[in-house]
Design a protein around this ligand. Structure first.
Ligand SMILES: [Zn+2]
Ligand SMILES: [Zn+2]
Length: 246
């Protein structure tokens, strides 16, 4: 399994660093996971080579580029239809609501939508994918990816609460959000601190920890350092263009 980082900027994109978006590849199957702003133009392969799309939740920094894909695949000489799209129902409802009637029906032709939530499992080529409910303010799915006896978990956006930590147990690679360095009592509770995810990864016996969704106004070097102190091993940073062999 190969993980390509397309974008990793937390909450909003900055030049050269799109928001959340990854390409997961296994034996010729390519899945675009999260479509944050900037990730469509940053896809490392032609968009016609994408076999399926998985979206974690409705926040625009994770799904807004579905509109870019929709326009590219619809208003072109050779339209693309029926692209499999897996996401919580609320993602579809919100995006569909943005479009007028004419575009809405074309949106439904471009994407073949299947709603998913915690406990659902699907197969995409040789990739088996299990969805997990996360600790966020809107319906959000984390995803555990397995193929050829290797495994990866993507946290999407989440706080530390809930059962999701069990699904991380023993994964070879954990791609985890680290939106905070410190969290005060008044902060939004549904994101993770770098030190927190380092601790979670250590207790779960994770092979490799990769941090993402660090906002551009934080010093990512400090986030990595704080996660390394609790993980007790080297931690990697997700940057656009990076690839990880899982
Ligand atoms: Zn986010
Ligand atoms: Zn979010």
């Amino acid at each position: 399994m190969k993980l390509h980082v397309i974008g990793s900027s937390g909450t909003f994109p900055v030049p050269g660093r799109p928001a959340s978006g990854y390409l997961i590849e296994q034996s010729g199957t390519r899945v675009w996971c999260d479509a944050g702003p900037g990730t469509f133009v940053g896809l490392p392969v032609d968009s016609y080579m994408i076999d399926a799309i998985v979206i974690s939740h409705q926040h625009p920094d994770h799904c807004a580029d579905l509109f870019a894909a929709f326009h590219a695949w619809t208003y072109c000489p050779e339209p693309r239809t029926g692209v499999p799209l897996y996401a919580p129902q609320s993602v579809w409802d919100r995006l569909w609501g943005f479009l007028d009637g004419g575009q809405g029906s074309r949106f439904s032709e471009t994407f073949d939508f299947t709603p998913v939530s915690g406990g659902d499992e699907i197969m995409l080529g040789e990739l088996s994918l299990a969805f997990v409910d996360m600790d966020h303010s809107v319906p959000t799915v984390g995803s555990r990816w397995e193929a050829a006896d290797r495994s990866m978990f993507f946290t999407a956006d989440t706080g530390p609460k809930g059962d999701w930590q069990r699904a991380v147990t023993g994964v070879d690679l954990l791609l985890a959000e680290a939106a905070y360095q410190e969290r005060t009592e008044n902060d939004y509770p549904h994101h993770l601190m770098a030190a927190e995810i380092g601790q979670i990864a250590r207790e779960a016996g994770v092979g490799q920890l990769v941090l993402t969704h660090i906002p551009p106004y934080l010093d990512a070097t400090r986030s990595i350092h704080e996660a390394e102190l609790t993980f007790d091993r080297a931690v990697a940073l997700a940057v656009p263009g990076a690839t990880f062999d899982v």
